[in-house]
Design a protein around this ligand. Structure first.
Ligand SMILES: [Fe+2]
Length: 420
């Protein structure tokens, strides 16, 4: 059945006779178009808008249209660099309504941007129904293939941002039956005594690989105000936690992070995938391609390669929207701290680094360690002088105080090491 959904490069439905080359001639085409992936086709079939860009100041401004499968309103967001890896959408559950009860064989996480409501979750018709309530900036993750319904019993709309691994799973399985009518609910993710499944947890532990803070909890009642432990890795006073939710194995590398007012991160680089969603305060991010002379882009006449996005709660940016590795850097400009939630669905980005060879003597310091240490972060003392100059002007404009400790701009003060 070579239908469009089944698709894929080898199943476009076209049959063209192969002509073997002669002599030194090469077989095949020199240039060819990437055919739409099953995920591309699926998104179109859904009949809601698909927005694309490097980021948006506030995703609530995107038009939301009737979404038949969900029984609600929505828009897809496909940030540049996240194609076929991270699925994202804005979902609106209108006042006094609910989404359809549905299930899917991919991981999914929700962040509530506006409104209050509840979510009902069960194991496909079993009596083990669970339910929990949410409010603005609650975050929850639906266990793989559990049946769920998002309910808004209030008189105003609820708006949620959804993040999932649907692109990976649709492209891999190419089967609606597998994704949406699958009876298998893994016990490891949603089994046993489910009574306390949605009880928010508050005990931090060390991430077993990275040693940084991790919190295993299927529901975070308020990620804009919850306590975040001190981390210092991305800059002085930086706070950070890795949420470990619903037994997910792909949507597991993300984090909630906070920059104090008046401070900013070091720039670092890696491949595309991660998305930052602002949950509190106001800030901006730079993102630019790593290339000859772009470590100090303005000083080298390459400032036009740097893209900047200002964003606040509900806004988001693709950290590295290029095909290759891109630098990015984040700045708090509000009087209150700038808090972001980061997430990605590519298994080859971040601490997991599945594409790297396994080794017993530890991974090379990755995105957090500085360039001088074999990492990818630009030390503050080596950054382009324009970065600080522009930052200070933006703080002034917002009535916030510059708060970077001066010693951070010396080689000794800057050498904060991490192994991620
Ligand atoms: Fe990054």
């Amino acid at each position: 059945m070579a239908d469009a959904w089944y698709g894929g490069p080898a199943n476009t439905g076209e049959r063209v006779k192969y002509v073997e080359p002669t002599g030194e001639e090469k077989a095949g085409l020199l240039r060819y178009k990437r055919p739409p992936s099953t995920w591309d086709i699926f998104q179109k079939e859904e009949g809601i808008p698909i927005w694309s860009g490097i980021g948006i100041s506030d995703s609530r401004t995107l038009p939301r249209e009737h979404w038949e499968r969900m029984g609600a309103l929505g828009t897809y967001i496909q940030l540049i660099g996240t194609n076929n890896s991270t699925g994202m959408f804005v979902l609106e559950v209108p006042a006094r309504s609910a989404t359809r009860a549905h299930k899917h064989f991919y991981e999914e996480r929700y962040i509530v941007v506006e409104g209050r409501g509840s979510t009902e979750v069960d194991r496909d018709g079993s009596s083990a129904k669970t339910t929990f309530e949410w409010q603005p900036w609650s975050m929850f993750s639906i266990p793989l293939n559990a049946t769920f319904r998002i309910v808004n019993a209030t008189s105003s709309p609820a708006v949620l941002i959804g993040i999932n691994t649907a692109p990976i799973m649709t492209n891999l399985m190419k089967s609606k039956q597998f994704l949406f009518e699958n009876p298998y609910v893994p016990d490891e993710r949603f089994g046993g005594n489910l009574e306390d499944y949605w009880k928010p947890q508050d005990e931090f532990e060390a991430h077993p690989v990275q040693g940084r803070a991790m919190l295993t909890s299927n529901l975070f009642p308020d990620i804009s105000n919850c306590y975040l432990p001190l981390d210092n890795n991305r800059g002085p006073g930086y706070r950070w936690v890795n949420p470990n939710m619903a037994g997910n194995t792909v949507l597991t590398g993300g984090f909630i992070a906070e920059y104090p007012s008046g401070r900013y991160s070091k720039a670092h680089h890696h491949g595309s995938g991660p998305v930052l969603i602002c949950v509190k305060g106001k800030g901006y991010s730079y993102t630019w391609p790593k290339d000859e002379g772009t470590m100090t882009p303005w000083a080298n006449g390459k400032g036009d390669l740097v893209q900047r996005l200002d964003y606040g709660p509900g806004g988001m940016i693709s950290a590295a929207p290029g095909y290759a590795t891109w630098f990015h850097q984040h700045f708090a400009i509000s009087k209150e701290p700038f808090r972001v939630h980061a997430i990605w669905a590519n298994i080859n980005v971040g601490g997991g680094g599945a594409a790297r060879p396994a080794s017993d003597d530890g991974m090379v310091a990755g995105v957090g360690a500085e360039i001088t240490e074999g990492g990818t972060a630009i030390p503050y003392h080596m950054e382009d002088p324009y970065i600080r100059e522009y930052y200070q002007s933006r703080l002034k404009e917002n009535g916030a105080e510059y708060a970077m400790p001066p010693e951070i701009y010396t080689p000794a003060g800057s050498s904060i090491k991490i192994d991620y």
